[in-house]
Ligand binder design. Structure first.
Ligand code: ATP
Ligand code: MG
Ligand code: MG
Length: 486
C-alpha cells in the first residue's frame, strides 16, 4: 500500500516587545526566577489586563507579510486549564475571531537535487500569553515555579494541513522562522524558546481524500528534531495501521535520544478548555489607519526582494532565494555589490554561497558577525575581475582576511602585497616563461604541432609551475598558442 503523509504546523512565536502582553513587566530572557513577574503575571486578586499595543503592531505586520486578512474586530477568550505555571487557571488567547485570518507562505527548497517552490495556506495567527515555567531539576523532590515567562506575548501561527513530507515541514518552518526574524517580530532564538513548533501528523492511503487521524507532537525546538520526529511518527502510524491497529488522536512528545515519539495525553483525557470571551478585555478594534501605519513602516519583504535581485542583479532564481533567506545575508550581499560593482554581482553571489557560507557554517558564526567585511570582499572581487589575482589566489586572500578580522577596507591589497599573490599579467614576463618552456619541452611541442592539441596542457602546466602559479592562465594560454603557431 502507498501512503500519503499529511502535516499541519502550529508555531508559537514570542514577540519582540519590551514588556508583556497584559502587564508592564519586562520580557528579557534569563533573569533570576520571578524577578520579572508583576501582580498581573502572578494573577493576584483584583488585577486587570491591559493590552500591549506593540504586540498588536507585530501581529498586524506578520499578517500583512503573509497576505492575510487583519480582523477589524477580534476577541480575546479564556482557555481554561489547571497547571502550576498558570496561576490564573486560564490562558488569555483567541478562539473565534483571531487577529490574523488566512494568508499563505511560499518557500523554496531542494528536493531530489532540484529546486522546487511550494505555497502553504495559513489558517490563522492569534495573539495569546505564554505560561510560566516549572523547574523540575533544581530542587530535590519538589518543583520550582518561575513566572518570568508568564504573560510574554505569543503569536500562534497555524497552517492548513497541506504539508506532505518531513522535508517540506522543515522547509516551511525555516521559511516562517526567517520571515518572523526578517520582520523583526521575533528574535528567532530557538534554544531560548522564542520560536517553538508543534507538528500535527497523519497518514492516509494514496488517493483517499478524507484525512487520517492526527497526532500532535509538541514543542520541537530544532529543525533537525522536526525532521526526525515526523519521520519516526509517520513510520509508527503506518506500521500500526498495517498491523491492523488504529491511530488514536493524541498529544505526543519526541525523545531525540531514543528516536521515538511517546504519548503525553490521549484525546480521551483531552481537556475541555471551556473557551469564553474574556470579560476583562474589550474587543480589539483595528482601524484601517492603524493597518496603514504598520504597512508604511514595513521593511521590503523577502519575496519582493527575491524578484528584485533577479531583475536588478541578473541572478538565477536559486541564488536569489539563498541570498534572501535572511535579512542579514541579503544586506551583506548588497553591500558587497555596492563595492564590487553591478557587473560582479554574480561573482559576489558565488562567493557568498561558496567560501563565505562554508566558513560561517564551519565556525558557527552568523553572517552579521563575519570577520570579513562586505567592502573587503567587494574589493577582493574587483581584484579578481581586474586580473590582479587569480581565483585560486583569491581563496588564499579570503582566508587571510578572515583570519585578520581587520576593519581596513583595502586589506585585500595589503595581503596581496605581503604574500606576493599578484598574478603575472605582464606580457614581457610571460613571454620569457613561455620561451623557456618551449625550449625545454621539445617533445610536447612536437606532439602539439603534429596535431595533438591536448599536448598544450603539459606546456601550460610547466609554465604555471615556472611562474609559481602566478601567471594569468588565460593570457598564458593565448601567448603559448601564438608562439606554437608561429
Ligand atoms: N488530519 C490531519 N493531519 C495532519 N494535520 C492536521 C490534520 N487535521 C488538522 N491538522 C492540523 O492540525 C493543526 C490544528 O491546530 P489548531 O490550533 O487548530 O488546533 P489544536 O491543535 O486542536 O489546538 P491547540 O492550539 O490547543 O493545540 C493545524 O495545523 C491543522 O492544519
Ligand atoms: Mg493551536
Ligand atoms: Mg495543537
Amino acid at each position: 500500500m502507498e501512503w500519503e503523509v499529511v502535516i499541519g504546523l502550529e508555531n508559537h512565536v514570542q514577540l519582540t516587545t519590551g514588556s508583556k502582553i497584559f502587564s508592564g513587566s519586562p520580557t528579557a530572557f534569563g533573569a533570576e526566577p520571578n524577578t520579572q513577574a508583576s501582580p498581573v503575571d502572578l494573577a493576584l486578586p483584583g488585577v486587570l489586563p491591559v493590552m500591549n499595543k506593540q504586540a498588536v503592531d507585530r501581529a498586524i505586520r506578520f499578517g500583512l507579510a503573509v497576505g492575510a486578512k487583519i480582523a477589524p474586530r477580534s476577541i480575546f477568550a479564556r482557555k481554561n486549564y489547571f497547571y502550576p505555571d498558570l496561576p490564573k487557571g486560564y490562558q488569555i488567547s483567541q478562539m473565534d475571531d483571531p487577529v490574523v485570518q488566512g494568508g499563505s507562505l511560499t518557500f523554496g527548497y531542494e528536493k531530489d537535487g532540484s529546486f522546487v517552490t511550494k505555497t502553504v495556506n495559513l489558517t490563522r495567527a492569534h495573539l495569546e500569553e505564554d505560561a510560566g515555567k516549572s523547574l523540575h531539576e533544581d530542587y530535590h523532590g519538589m518543583s520550582g515555579i518561575d513566572l518570568n515567562r508568564a504573560g510574554t506575548p505569543l503569536l500562534e501561527i497555524v497552517s492548513e494541513p497541506e504539508i506532505r513530507s518531513a522535508q517540506e515541514a522543515v522547509a516551511y518552518a525555516k521559511a516562517l522562522h526567517g520571515l518572523v526574524m526578517w520582520l523583526g517580530v521575533c528574535d528567532g532564538n530557538m534554544q531560548e524558546g522564542s520560536f517553538r513548533c508543534d507538528v500535527n501528523v497523519s497518514v492516509r492511503p494514496k488517493g483517499q481524500t478524507e484525512f487520517g487521524t492526527r497526532c500532535e507532537i509538541k514543542n520541537l525546538n530544532s529543525f533537525r528534531f522536526i525532521e526526525e520526529a515526523v519521520n519516526v511518527e509517520v513510520r509508527r502510524q503506518i506500521e500500526l495501521i498495517e498491523d491492523g491497529g488504529k491511530v488514536v488522536q493524541a498529544t505526543r512528545l519526541y525523545d531525540p535520544d531514543r528516536k521515538e515519539t511517546r504519548e503525553m495525553r490521549s484525546k480521551e483525557d483531552a481537556q475541555d478548555y471551556r473557551y469564553f470571551p474574556d470579560p476583562d478585555l474589550p474587543p480589539l478594534a483595528i482601524s484601517p489607519e492603524w493597518i496603514e501605519r504598520v504597512k508604511a513602516a514595513m521593511p521590503e519583504l523577502p519575496a519582493v526582494m527575491r524578484e528584485r535581485f533577479v531583475g536588478q542583479y541578473k541572478l538565477p532564481e536559486y541564488d536569489s532565494l539563498v541570498l534572501t533567506s535572511s535579512k542579514a545575508m541579503a544586506t551583506y550581499f548588497e553591500a558587497v555589490v555596492a563595492t564590487a560593482g553591478q557587473d560582479n554581482a554574480k561573482a559576489a553571489a558565488n562567493w557568498l554561497m561558496g567560501d563565505v557560507s562554508s566558513t560561517l557554517n564551519r565556525q558557527d558564526v552568523d553572517i552579521a558577525d563575519a570577520p570579513v567585511k562586505p567592502a573587503q570582499l567587494g574589493n577582493m572581487i574587483r581584484r579578481i575581475a581586474d586580473g590582479t589575482i587569480s581565483n585560486n589566489a583569491a581563496k588564499k586572500v579570503f582566508a587571510s582576511m578572515w583570519e585578520a578580522a581587520s576593519n581596513d577596507d583595502n586589506l585585500v591589497d595589503v595581503i596581496i602585497e605581503r604574500d606576493g599573490l599578484k598574478q603575472i599579467s605582464d606580457t614581457g614576463a610571460l613571454e620569457a616563461i613561455v620561451d623557456e618552456v618551449i625550449a625545454n619541452n621539445a617533445k610536447s611541442v612536437e606532439q602539439y604541432r603534429a596535431g595533438k592539441e591536448a599536448a598544450i596542457n603539459a606546456l601550460i602546466g610547466q609554465a604555471m609551475k615556472a611562474s609559481k602559479g602566478k601567471a594569468n592562465p588565460a593570457q598564458l594560454t593565448e601567448l603559448l598558442k601564438a608562439r606554437l603557431a608561429g
